[in-house]
Ligand binder design. Structure first.
Ligand SMILES: NC(=O)c1ccc[n+]([C@@H]2O[C@H](COP(=O)([O-])OP(=O)(O)OC[C@H]3O[C@@H](n4cnc5c(N)ncnc54)[C@H](OP(=O)(O)O)[C@@H]3O)[C@@H](O)[C@H]2O)c1
Length: 345
């Protein structure tokens, strides 16, 4: 664990740290010669907002094949049409992926096996919700389900597929997978301990949206940092990326938000938010500009940033193990433990 990062965690958690990031951190130029021609990328939730911009910016960098992974064929087709018009030299495919369905996730991964190569994967689809809503099948709270459980399951199932697609040419960068997270994780309320952690995300009484969303992102951080220990960065580079607070996406206008919180969010975002292009650039930094040094790390504001302070404490390390064990238990039904163990071979 880097002591340098640990020491910076308190500042980044502070509101001044947030303002510093939003106001004083800017996109950096791409490394000289950045060219994605010949490469294939997958972006989930790419019909709108940061996901759509990520697809655009990848095509701007010469990407050969973009998979627009979306839950609505019509919205995916509309996004693909725009991309095809702007980038006639890129192949744009619309593949259905509903992050609310484990069957859809499994079918999507199977389809990915048919691709000759996969260089970049951006797990961007995510939600927030103003009211408690349980998932119809799993009964998990919906933000926890989509942002954490479904996203992590998709990441795990994709790992062996990505590994199998890595180039035999040692000069080619290994496949990269980033999970789009959020610096709101810095302000996630602590989990109660001792006792099971994940069930705390399902409690419907006193549901607080500004607790559910940051917690779902905090869980991503704990899990991915541990997952990376099982994955050789020469096989797959896995990291987390934060766009920072951004305007110009559907996030604040989501049907999941009520009028009052939408208005407050829009004003706050209008004052402090980056534009969607800069936020997307921050995500792509984690998979285009950088390499193995990002493995298992949290990339934000064009640099490796600390996890929240709690991560670096003794209790935080116990929490990390507990989240790991409970998550693997949750996914026993697809044999994730074996998939993860096999990644070590
Ligand atoms: N905007 C910000 O300030 C900000 C800051 C930090 C992190 N983030 C993260 O950035 C990511 C993208 O957010 P955004 O701001 O671009 O919001 P957005 O415009 O609302 O995009 C969210 C995307 O996720 C998709 N999605 C939602 N539920 C899905 C499901 N069940 N299956 C498949 N796709 C689903 C949406 O598809 P539909 O159109 O079909 O709903 C949409 O394409 C999220 O993970 C968010 O947490 C955003």
């Amino acid at each position: 664990m880097s002591q340098h990062l640990e020491h910076r965690a308190a500042f980044e958690t502070h509101f001044i740290g947030f303002l510093y990031r939003q106001w004083l951190m800017y996109p950096k130029p791409w490394p000289k010669g950045t060219d994605l021609s010949g490469q294939t990328a997958i972006v989930t939730g790419s019909n709108s907002g940061l996901g759509f911009q990520a697809a655009r910016q990848l095509c701007q960098l010469g990407l050969t094949h973009i998979i627009v992974a979306v839950r609505s064929q019509a919205r995916g087709d509309a996004a693909a049409d725009k991309l095809r018009k702007e980038f006639p030299n890129s192949t744009v495919s619309v593949w259905l992926l509903d992050m609310a369905s484990y069957d859809s996730i499994k079918a999507f991964v199977q389809r990915c096996e048919t691709l000759p190569r996969i260089d970049i994967t951006i797990l961007n689809a995510g939600i927030r919700a103003d009211v408690y809503r349980p998932h119809a099948v799993t009964n998990h709270e919906i933000v926890f389900q989509i942002n954490y459980l479904s996203t992590i399951l998709l990441a795990i199932l994709l790992l062996p597929v990505l590994k199998s697609k890595k180039s035999v040419n040692p000069a080619t960068m290994p496949p990269r997978l980033t999970i789009v997270t959020s610096d709101t994780a810095y302000w996630a309320p602590p989990f109660k301990s001792p006792g099971p952690i994940l069930p705390q995300c399902d409690i419907s009484e006193n549901y607080v949206p500004m607790a559910a969303y940051p917690r779902s992102k905090l869980l991503q951080m704990f899990f991915v940092s541990k997952l990376a220990e099982y994955v050789d960065p020469d096989d797959v580079i896995i990291n987390l990326s934060n766009p920072g607070l951004c305007g110009g996406t559907e996030f604040g206008s989501s049907a999941n938000m009520g009028f009052v919180s939408r208005t407050i969010f829009t004003i706050f975002q209008g004052i402090n938010g980056r534009n969607v292009s800069a936020g997307t650039n921050a995500i792509l930094d984690a998979v285009v500009a950088r390499g193995k040094e990002t493995h298992g790390n949290y990339i934000s504001d064009w640099t490796i940033q600390p996890f929240p302070s709690c991560y670096y404490t003794k209790d935080g390390q116990i929490l990390k193990e507990q989240i790991w064990e409970e998550t693997l238990e949750e996914f026993n039904f697809v044999g994730v433990s074996k998939i993860i163990q096999d990644m070590k071979r």
